[in-house]
Design a protein around this ligand. Structure first.
Ligand code: HEC
Length: 163
C-alpha cells in the first residue's frame, strides 16, 4: 500500500512539475511590464537582432506586395508572401521560442500563415485585387502585436527608466 502511495506521489509531483514547466516555457515566456503599458519580452541581444531582422523582412514583403498590387503583378505578390510563410519560422531556435509568450507565438504564426494563404490565393484566385483585400487583414496582426509587446535585452532597463 505504502509503495503505491509513494508511486502516486511521484506521478503527482511530475505532473505538477510538467505543468509548471509548460506554463513557464510555453505560456508565459520571459516578459516584464514595460514603461508604456505593453509587455516587454526580455531577450539576449542576438535573439533581439534575429526577431527584428524578421520584422524588417515582414515590412519589406509588405512593400513588395503593395508594389505588386499597384502593378497587377501576381508573381511578385506570390514570391514575397511565400518567402515569409510558415517555412520561415524554422530559423527560430527552440531556446528563443521558449522566451516568447503564447499570445505572441499565436500572433506570429498567424502572420506567417496569412502570408502562406496570400501566396496560395494568388495561385487559386488569379486576381491581384484579392491581395488588396487580404493585406489590411494581415496588417491587423502586425498592429495587434506591436500594441502589446516590445523587446528589451536587459530587464533592469525597465527599472532604470522607472525610478
Ligand atoms: C508576434 C508579434 C509581432 C508581429 C505579428 C509583428 N511584429 Fe513587428 N515587431 C514586434 C516587436 C515586439 C517589435 C519590437 C518593438 C519594440 O521593441 O518596441 C517589432 C518591431 C518591428 C519593426 C522594427 C524593426 C527594427 O529593426 O527595429 C518593424 C519594421 C516591424 N516590426 C514590422 C512588422 C510588420 C510589417 C509586421 C506584419 C507583417 C509585423 N511587424 C508583425 C512584434 C511583432
Amino acid at each position: 500500500m505504502k509503495k503505491y502511495s509513494i508511486a502516486w506521489l511521484i506521478v503527482g509531483l511530475s505532473v505538477l512539475l510538467n505543468g509548471l514547466f509548460i506554463y513557464l516555457f510555453i505560456v508565459k515566456g520571459t516578459t516584464v511590464p514595460s514603461t508604456d503599458n505593453r509587455f516587454a519580452i526580455v531577450l539576449t541581444p542576438g535573439e533581439r537582432d534575429l526577431v527584428l531582422s524578421e520584422m524588417r523582412a515582414f515590412l519589406s514583403a509588405v512593400q513588395q506586395i503593395s508594389q505588386g498590387i499597384a502593378n497587377k503583378d501576381m508573381a511578385t505578390i506570390k514570391q514575397a508572401s511565400q518567402s515569409l510563410g510558415m517555412a520561415a519560422t524554422t530559423k527560430v531556435p527552440v531556446s528563443l521560442m521558449g522566451k516568447l509568450p503564447l499570445e505572441f507565438k499565436k500572433l506570429g504564426f498567424g502572420t506567417h500563415e496569412a502570408f502562406d494563404q496570400l501566396a496560395q490565393d494568388m495561385v487559386q484566385m488569379d486576381d491581384t485585387a484579392v491581395a488588396l483585400e487580404r493585406l489590411p487583414v494581415l496588417l491587423g496582426g502586425c498592429v495587434a502585436c506591436h500594441a502589446s509587446y516590445q523587446i528589451i535585452t536587459d530587464a533592469t532597463q525597465v527599472a532604470d527608466r522607472n525610478p
